[in-house]
Design a protein around this ligand. Structure first.
Ligand code: ACO
Length: 435
């Protein structure tokens, strides 16, 4: 990280001006290093939603939102999605390089050897209502892992950091599948280590003791690709939550649980479920013939309706994941013989109108990864309320890789934003009778 230049801040009231270094990364926007701003000027910056604030330095994932580029450790997402499997991408995000044949085999075996959860976790599960949202259950279960692995509190031990990462990647599929089966009132399926990571997950989700799940390679590959697309996305809301929570030195399982809680919201990971529900509503209201009216509603701020699966804080061009997702969706529908899926046709019609509509063009609102992911996941047999847990399963590697990067960064400190206070100034408490 080089010091590139300097920025000078001056004040209209004539008080002293100050210089701040400008730091240059390997790609993307330079940053003005304002760490000494308060001690030099007595002032903070104001940036709700962190629109202009870099909260850390990172070498994991890079996004160029104007060009629609997403790189994991320098590799374009399109190439990773076409040439690698999810565990190779986990290895890449974790260690910084793609694995050799031997490294991949060892890593796959290591992950598999940790796929069984502690049996007491099943008892813990029994306490949840069967109709609980899977994200509520997952938040509790992942936070609960800290109770089973107390050594994870040795956060400065690289061995513990790695073990925690392996346990989380290995057990997430087991826990997501368990919570799904619990909601159906069906028995849990134990992991089967002769299957691939994603085939094993699908078997745990859909297989029963009476009837084993028939593995279909195209469907497994599609879900594996969905995992790759969601594996990391630099400092998004849930990753920033994991970093902020983890910055206090808490258990990494607790930090990941906080990320899951954040991901749940409809503006973030909940958008795939919200998008599918939106398309289903539109279909029920008349489908393609109603698209025109619907598009008017999403443009009207008073309607309270947004076009879910469109727009992104960083991408002001196509989300590169959306293109791969659309391709994957077509492959899945073709494999299942439902190319004419009405929701896919509806989504394509909505996309076409939006891409030509001045409202969306002016605001640079393009489809994001969630626009086609709901239709794909539904076609794979997954119910909408499990979609966000699938996202959480995939994002776990990103959360832990980012957490580990933070813990090992010599500049890391507990996160503690400041505020612009607009409340009452200091005043006296009157006795109750005088108020
Ligand atoms: N539908 C209609 N209008 C929209 C949409 C949308 N989906 N997204 C943004 N706009 C409009 C806003 O109303 C605003 O208009 P204005 O300038 O006239 O006030 C303008 O576009 C800018 O929008 P902001 O909300 O300020 O953009 P921000 O960066 O804060 O929000 C977000 C990004 C939350 C993703 C937003 O686009 C959205 O709500 N999209 C739908 C939900 C969604 O798909 N989320 C998934 C994100 S990807 C992910 O998490 C994996």
């Amino acid at each position: 990280m080089k010091i590139h230049d300097k920025a000078t801040i001056s004040f209209s009231d004539g008080s002293n001006s100050f210089e701040f270094p400008i730091l240059k990364g390997s790609l993307g926007a330079d940053v003005i290093d304002i760490r000494k701003l308060y001690s030099s000027t007595g002032k903070f910056t104001y940036d709700p939603g962190f629109l202009s604030t870099a909260s850390c330095k990172s070498n994991i994932t890079y996004i160029d939102g104007d060009k629609g580029v997403l790189l994991y450790r320098g590799y374009p997402i399109e190439q990773l999605a076409r040439s690698c499997d999810f565990l190779e991408v986990c290895y890449l995000l974790h260690y910084g390089e793609l694995p050799s044949v031997k490294e991949k085999k060892d890593f796959d075996n290591l992950v598999k050897s940790h796929s069984m959860i502690h049996e007491s976790m099943a008892l813990f599960m029994n306490g949840f209502p069967r109709n609980a949202h899977p994200m509520a259950v997952l938040t509790g279960l992942i936070g609960g892992m800290a109770a089973f692995y107390p050594d994870s509190l040795k956060i400065n031990s690289v061995e513990q950091q790695d073990l925690c990462l392996i346990r989380l990647i290995a057990q997430m599929p087991t826990l997501v599948a368990m919570s799904h089966r619990y909601s159906l009132g069906q028995p849990y399926q134990y992991p089967k280590n002769d299957l691939s990571y994603t085939a094993n997950f699908m078997r745990m989700m859909f297989g029963t003791p009476c009837e084993d799940y028939r593995i279909r390679n195209i469907l497994v590959r599609a879900l594996d690709r969905i995992f790759i697309l969601h594996a990391d996305h630099e400092q998004n809301a849930s990753t920033s939550t994991v970093r902020l929570c983890g910055s206090s030195g808490t258990s990494p399982f607790a930090a990941v649980a906080s990320g899951i809680a954040c991901l749940w919201g409809p503006a973030h990971g909940g958008a795939n479920q919200a998008c599918l529900e939106m398309l289903e509503r539109l279909h029920a209201q008349g489908g393609i013939s109603q698209v025109g009216d619907f598009m008017e509603r999403v443009k009207d701020k008073d309607s309270g309706e947004r076009l879910m699966g469109f727009g992104h804080r960083v991408y002001k061009n196509f989300d590169p994941r959306a293109k791969i997702m659309q391709e994957t969706c077509r492959e899945v529908l073709a494999e299942l013989g439902v190319e004419n899926d009405p929701l896919f046709q509806l989504a394509s019609a909505v996309e076409k109108i939006a891409l030509e509509d001045e409202y969306f063009v002016e605001r640079k609102l393009y489809p994001n990864v969630d626009f086609y992911s709901g239709i794909t996941l539904r076609a794979l047999g997954l119910p909408p309320d499990v979609f966000t847990s699938i996202f959480a399963l995939a994002r776990t590697i990103g959360w832990v890789a980012q957490w580990k990067e933070m813990i090992n960064d010599s500049e890391y400190r507990i996160g503690r934003p400041r505020q612009l206070f607009i409340g009452a100034q200091s005043r006296e408490v009157l006795p109750l009778v005088d108020r």
